[in-house]
Design a protein around this ligand. Structure first.
Ligand SMILES: Cc1cc2nc3c(=O)[nH]c(=O)nc-3n(C[C@H](O)[C@H](O)[C@H](O)COP(=O)(O)OP(=O)(O)OC[C@H]3O[C@@H](n4cnc5c(N)ncnc54)[C@H](O)[C@@H]3O)c2cc1C
Length: 442
């Protein structure tokens, strides 16, 4: 007998977990399926850190389940909470221990009584008259099917909707335009004092914000050292080192510096990038240990289980967000979340950054329509899978906003029970009221 759920969420990143918890808290029977062996998506599987940003330049803009996750992390000694960004790129950053993140997300799901499955890749799907009806999960030799009334696509790449027939584009219309992939490295044994002393003597070699007490070490710079990287014959180019301390792990940092061009939606290109990353990690360690102050005794602890994929496909939504919506701070009547992260485009080949700040106060809204894939009646997009064009996506993809759109998607899917699971027919006011009731900020 196939199990029937009110809401099936595919993808257990921060968006999928937020969606599943929100839907379940509203009384829906919820199943969450994840192809990996932990929740958190790239935040745990690819070592992406810190979360940024929960704040605009004048206030906190992300609350709700995202904020609840942070508070639980603080209680579990997995985070110091929101900190002023030492690099000055955004208002606040929220570093965390990814192992603590894994257990906190499981606690949340268990308390909310969400059914969940790991190691379950959604392969085949069945659609009738625009309604997604059934999904099949694959785990080794085990194939299981589940019937859902409403579905949430929190796969990051929108692959549930695409399998169900939704239209999409790659990058800005060309696979090669997708932002590069990064293999994040966890490195131990760094000499914090030596790094701080070097920064204080060579400020122009770094991007620095206003806070200079080094309570928390986040570094973008060592620009003058980067030309030496060529001598270590790595397969990537980069103009700076970018690394962040790991809370409660003295001497350890997440190094977010490698960059690999390629299309993460292709197994061949993904394999090539991951392989280059694993080989380069050791050469890069040689570079750090030999050339960079504070790294002489450093050692590589771990690389992300999966290389971090920033961008692949964008589902065509009922509304596809554009960069002018962000820069012009368009106020959508059907807004379901507020974001503040700036446009942040990593150039695939050169390793440079192209950024655009959002004018003060640095807030933009996300409309509910950006969560509806065209042509599907009972599917809601969440997190990185939301519908956005390439440039807008470079801002909208980050994790706090992913949790906020995830929570909104969960609310919408749960409330759609009252409209025969036609997610577009749920009154926006009801969704907004629930968002506020759950601590979301609009
Ligand atoms: C290298 C890199 C650096 C970044 N830096 C930052 C940063 O500093 N700060 C920040 O806030 N954000 C950063 N981001 C962006 C941000 O972390 C992610 O975009 C965000 O966390 C996305 O969350 P999500 O839940 O939407 O998707 P994901 O975390 O991608 O989760 C999607 C989940 O769906 C699962 N899945 C996919 N397809 C299927 C399927 N068919 N069946 C079952 N499961 C499936 C995946 O296994 C995954 O667990 C970065 C991203 C990358 C890649």
């Amino acid at each position: 007998m196939e199990r029937v759920y009110d809401v099936i969420v595919v993808g257990g990143g921060i968006a999928g977990v937020s969606a599943a918890v929100a839907a379940s808290r509203l009384g829906a029977g919820v199943l969450l399926v994840e192809k990996g062996m932990s929740f958190g998506g790239v935040l745990t599987g690819s070592l992406v850190n810190p979360m940024m940003t929960f704040h605009s330049h004048r206030r906190q803009v992300i609350g709700g389940i995202g904020q609840e996750i942070v508070e639980r992390l603080i209680r579990e000694r997995g985070s110091h909470g929101h900190l002023e960004d030492p690099i000055g790129f955004v208002k606040s950053i929220t570093p965390f221990d990814p192992e603590k993140m894994k257990s906190v997300l499981i606690d949340l799901l268990r308390e909310a009584k969400v059914d969940y499955l790991f190691n379950s890749l959604v392969g085949r799907v069945w659609v009738k008259n625009g309604f997604l009806q059934r999904i099949e999960t694959v785990n080794a030799n085990e194939l299981r099917t589940f019937i859902g009334r409403a579905f949430i696509d929190a796969t990051g790449e929108g692959n549930l909707s695409i399998k169900a027939g939704a239209r999409y584009i790659n990058g800005d219309g060309d696979r090669a335009s997708c932002q590069p992939m990064t293999l994040v490295m966890r490195i131990g044994g760094i000499d914090r004092d030596e790094i701080i002393s070097f920064i204080n003597k060579h400020e122009s070699d770094f991007v620095l914000g206003e806070r200079r007490d080094f309570f928390y070490l986040a570094v973008a710079g060592f620009f003058s050292f980067m030309p030496l990287l060529r001598n270590y014959r790595v397969n990537f180019r980069r103009d700076r080192l970018l690394f962040f301390e790991i809370p409660f792990h003295p001497g350890e940092v997440f190094m977010n510096t490698t960059r690999y061009a390629g299309f993460g939606g292709s197994a061949v290109e993904l394999t090539a990038a991951q392989s280059d990353g694993n080989i380069d990690a050791w050469k890069f360690m040689d570079f750090l240990k030999s050339e960079v102050p504070g790294f002489a005794n450093a050692s590589l602890i771990q690389t992300g289980c999966s290389i971090g994929v920033r961008e692949t496909t964008h589902v065509t939504g009922e509304y596809m967000m554009k960069v002018d919506d962000l820069l012009g701070q368009k106020e959508f009547v059907d807004k379901i979340a507020i974001g503040s992260y700036p446009v942040d485009l990593h150039v695939p080949e050169s390793g440079e950054l192209k950024t655009m700040k959002i004018p003060f106060p640095g807030e933009y809204s996300v409309p509910l329509r950006a969560l509806f894939p065209l042509g599907l009646e009972n599917v809601v997009l969440a997190g990185r899978a939301l519908s956005a064009e390439h440039l807008a996506f470079s801002a909208l993809r980050t994790s706090p906003l992913a949790s906020a759109t995830g929570m909104a998607a969960g609310i919408c899917a749960a409330l759609s029970k009252g409209s025969h699971f036609r997610v577009r027919d749920v009154p926006i006011k009801n969704i907004q009221n629930e968002i506020s009731r759950m601590g979301g900020i609009l």
